[in-house]
Design a protein around this ligand. Structure first.
Ligand SMILES: C[S@@+](CC[C@H](N)C(=O)[O-])C[C@H]1O[C@@H](n2cnc3c(N)ncnc32)[C@H](O)[C@@H]1O
Length: 272
């Protein structure tokens, strides 16, 4: 009698332990994206994970995407499926001569304000802000937004940093509530990268894979590109500029013009 009872007791004790260990193990291997708890930055990383609604992990092998600081104090994201990451927001350099810069030709050198609806890695936003244009860059993915905010902190000395402000929101909603009308609304929706440098492809791939995770409920599928373009046209006072790869059709038929670059073109739409 006595040994049988003890056996039952042991079984009753062990089952919940095995169950909870199993659950913990499963949740570890199933983490899609996490923040690394780094020595000396424990509180900062916990706060970041909390603000992004992500788990914090102790080891870099525990998730598909990992957010951490690199030795140069840059906030980075590493994707297991993308060789050569981590990547971070780089400070754009103004290296294109006036007249040889298709993006600026599309935006217009005399433009005073731009609303960038798809901030991403913020390279276009920084480039435009570098031309003494006030840019509001809007990004709806909170993880990417955290990376941009860190990039902007790092470039506090750059001349353009005072021209650039950031919003974490869906651009359609933000544009509908905007108080002062921007001259130009800029739109660079995601598309599969067929061309471009390896670094650019890697960055785009990370954005696409983050998007596929569908972590944040306000990230709607891109079916709303046409709607966003319409809202943009109703808000911009001068024009809307849409970046497209050469092989992709225009988002909306009959743009009023286009500026062609080596790898992409910029479709222009007049205000509605
Ligand atoms: C192709 S990337 C833009 C790259 C950017 N032009 C650059 O220079 O790095 C598109 C980005 O727009 C964001 N995005 C897409 N639709 C959006 C929307 N409706 N509101 C805000 N951000 C959006 C995506 O999360 C993604 O980060």
């Amino acid at each position: 009698m006595y040994p049988r009872n003890s056996l039952l007791l042991v079984v009753w004790l062990i089952i919940p332990i095995l169950f909870s260990t199993g659950l913990a193990f499963l949740s570890t291997i199933m983490l899609d994206i996490a923040v690394l708890s780094q020595q000396g930055r424990e509180k900062e990383m916990h706060d970041l994970a909390d603000s992004l609604g992500l788990e914090i992990v102790a080891k870099s092998s525990e998730s598909g995407f990992l957010i951490q600081y690199d030795p140069e104090n840059r906030l980075t994201i590493h994707a297991k499926s993308v060789p050569g990451s981590p990547v971070y927001v780089e400070i754009a350099e103004l290296n294109k001569a006036r007249g040889k810069d298709p993006l600026m030709k599309a935006i217009g050198y005399k433009t005073r304000s731009v609303f960038d609806t798809t901030a991403g890695w913020a390279s276009d936003a920084m480039h435009i802000a570098g031309h003494n244009i006030m840019v509001t860059a809007c990004e709806r993915n909170p993880v990417i937004f955290a990376l941009i905010r860190d990039g902007l902190k790092r470039c506090a000395d750059a001349k353009f940093s005072n021209n650039l402000s950031l919003i974490c929101a869906d651009s359609a909603a933000a544009l509908l509530e905007i108080e002062s009308q921007p001259d130009v609304v800029y739109f660079d929706p995601m598309y599969p990268a067929k061309t471009g440098s390896a670094a650019a492809k890697k960055k785009l791939q990370i954005l696409q894979e983050l998007y596929r995770l569908n972590r944040y409920s306000h990230e709607q599928p891109n079916q709303d590109e046409v709607r966003l373009l319409e809202i943009a046209r109703s808000v911009a006072s001068k024009r809307v500029v849409v970046k497209r790869p050469h092989h992709a059709p225009a988002i909306s038929p009959n743009p009023s013009g286009a500026v062609s670059a080596k790898l992409v073109r910029f479709d222009l739409y007049s205000p509605l």
